[in-house]
Design a protein around this ligand. Structure first.
Ligand SMILES: Cc1ncc(COP(=O)(O)O)c(C=O)c1O
Length: 507
């Protein structure tokens, strides 16, 4: 018995969902709504974060799904769809965190260049994906072109390196460390990580992102076999102490999977001395991986590229365009200095995907090098913005946000009731507010007080900043990652913290 064909109702609904005329009408409406949204947010007309408790927010989102769907009439009532679409777009825009608000100084997630999203939209609308080249030839080609440009900007040698793009810094670190594991523990891919003693270890920067330790768990190294390399007084990996640690580990017979350094580390944005660390690793014959998810962008700036000197000497490193190249999430690069390592992460045959009658194609099949099979066209926004504005835009934004961070640091230093916790090397500034009434408070009490200030401040919508734990106590943390932030906003931030602190009764 053949399956019943769709009813005319069902066919009308399907045709409406794919109607070019409807797509056009909604896209025109979206253009107007987005323009109005950016005008409002960039003009600080409204809160930064639209705070509501997660249960309320989820209930509100769910409520839309219980509304009766629109009737699909003949001919289609486009105006009615535009009207209902508008309500839904507004619901999205009015409940989010406004990263483009000049008072957003939060996580390492930027006020992205909005135009990039328009390029991304082309990829989503036409579902340009990859895994193998022929599925998304242009999407793949843009990635290849971006890998070449970004790799060369960071100082890799033409023709000698390889790279890939994946969904975020965490997955990028995992992929590179998988390669390191497979190269360092030769048969680990096929037979698993050796179980005997002494155990293989992963040596990491003490402030490494939690994704690095998580990788050790995922890769079968085990989180207990992560060794934290000592830091200097500016929280940078200390090459002499690393040298000693590696000698000790090797003396004790531990296979070393990799050393994982940072450019820069998350808490205060400290950049490791990469040339020295790379020398130490080379002497010990150990794979050097660098997490440059945030700081790799310094390479675009003549003023700041010294911070990532030596990055191109690492065996592998990661770099997120969705951080300091101000791209929408997610677009993370993995680079291998030696292109011979490009297929070491996944030593697999997948004949149904990779066509043996066209062997050269494997070079262009992203699935040979990434965790993902189907993969979004993640570099579309970057390709679009780079081709429109050129790389100078990225240098401008790095220089501008780094300078603003320096300016915030100077204000904190000058104010008697603030304690900057480090001199910024980039656009991350960590500090505590200590009003006269808390002059003698211990650091833990002060840290808790600062955390309460932050919670109240972000829920008010006045500013968005984050918190961290530094030397065992809470601290306020800002990333100047919205190029529309101004010096005046920095003054207002200090005032807002003081004001909120007084409301909490700590002054
Ligand atoms: C240094 C560093 N590495 C990796 C990550 C993780 O990147 P993602 O959030 O893209 O997974 C972060 C996130 O902030 C980070 O700061």
């Amino acid at each position: 018995m053949s399956a019943p064909t769709a009813t005319s109702d069902a066919l009308d609904r399907i045709r409406a969902a794919y109607s070019p005329q409807l797509i056009g009408a909604l896209a025109h409406q979206l253009a107007d709504l987005l323009q109005a949204h950016f005008e409002k947010v960039e003009d600080k007309d409204g809160p930064v974060l639209n705070w509501s408790p997660p249960q309320d927010c989820t209930a509100a989102a769910a409520e839309w799904l219980d509304r009766p769907p629109l009737a699909v009439s003949h001919p289609l009532d486009t105006n009615r769809f535009v009207e209902e679409f508008t309500h839904r777009v507004r619901a999205v825009l009015e409940h989010g965190n406004n990263l483009h608000h000049p008072r957003y100084l939060g996580h390492q997630v930027p006020a992205s260049v909005p135009i990039a999203a328009l390029f991304d939209a082309i990829g989503s609308a036409t579902n340009q994906v990859m895994a193998i080249y022929e599925m998304g030839p242009w999407a793949t080609a843009m990635e290849r072109a971006m890998i070449e440009k970004v790799g060369r900007t960071i100082g890799l040698s033409a023709g000698q390196f390889a790279g890939l793009i994946t969904h975020g810094g965490s997955l990028a670190n995992l992929t590179a460390l998988l390669t390191a594991r497979n190269v360092s523990l030769k048969a680990a891919w096929e037979t698993g990580v050796p179980t005997g003693n002494p155990r293989p270890v992963l040596v990491v920067h003490s402030d490494a992102h939690y994704g690095v330790t998580r990788s050790a768990g995922i890769l079968g190294i085990g989180t207990e076999n992560v060794r934290r390399a000592p830091l200097d007084d500016r929280r940078r990996m200390d090459p002499a102490a690393l040298d000693e640690l590696l000698s000790q580990l090797k003396g004790d017979g531990h296979p070393i999977v990799a050393v994982c350094a940072c450019a820069c580390a998350t808490p205060i944005g400290a950049f490791d001395p990469l040339p020295e660390i790379s020398d130490v690793c080379r002497r010990h014959g150990v794979w050097l991986h660098v997490d440059a998810a945030h700081g790799g962008a310094a390479a675009f700036s003549d003023r700041h590229k010294h911070l990532v000197e030596g990055l191109a000497q690492a065996d592998s490193f990661v770099f997120d365009a969705h951080k300091m190249l101000f791209m929408p999430a997610l677009c993370a690069f993995v680079f291998y200095r030696n292109r011979e390592h490009r297929f070491e992460a996944f030593r697999q045959e997948a004949p149904y995907l990779f066509d043996p009658s066209a062997p050269g194609m494997a070079e262009y099949d992203s699935g040979t090098m990434t965790v993902e099979c189907t993969k979004r066209a993640a570099a579309l926004g970057l390709w679009g913005v780079w081709s429109l504005f050129g790389p100078q835009l990225f240098a401008d934004m790095v220089d501008h946000t780094f300078a603003l961070a320096q300016s915030l640091y100077e204000r904190l230093t000058a104010a008697e009731d603030f304690e900057p916790l480090h001199e910024p090397q980039c656009n991350i500034v960590t500090f505590r507010y200590r009003p006269p009434g808390m002059a003698n408070a211990d650091t833990a009490t002060l840290g808790d007080y600062n955390r309460r200030i932050r919670r109240r401040l972000i829920e008010s919508g006045e500013f968005y900043i984050v918190q961290t734990n530094l030397n065992g106590a809470g601290a306020l943390r800002t990333t100047i990652i919205n190029p529309l932030t101004t010096e005046t906003e920095l003054d207002h931030l200090l005032q807002a913290i003081r004001h909120t602190g007084q409301e909490l009764g700590g002054g």
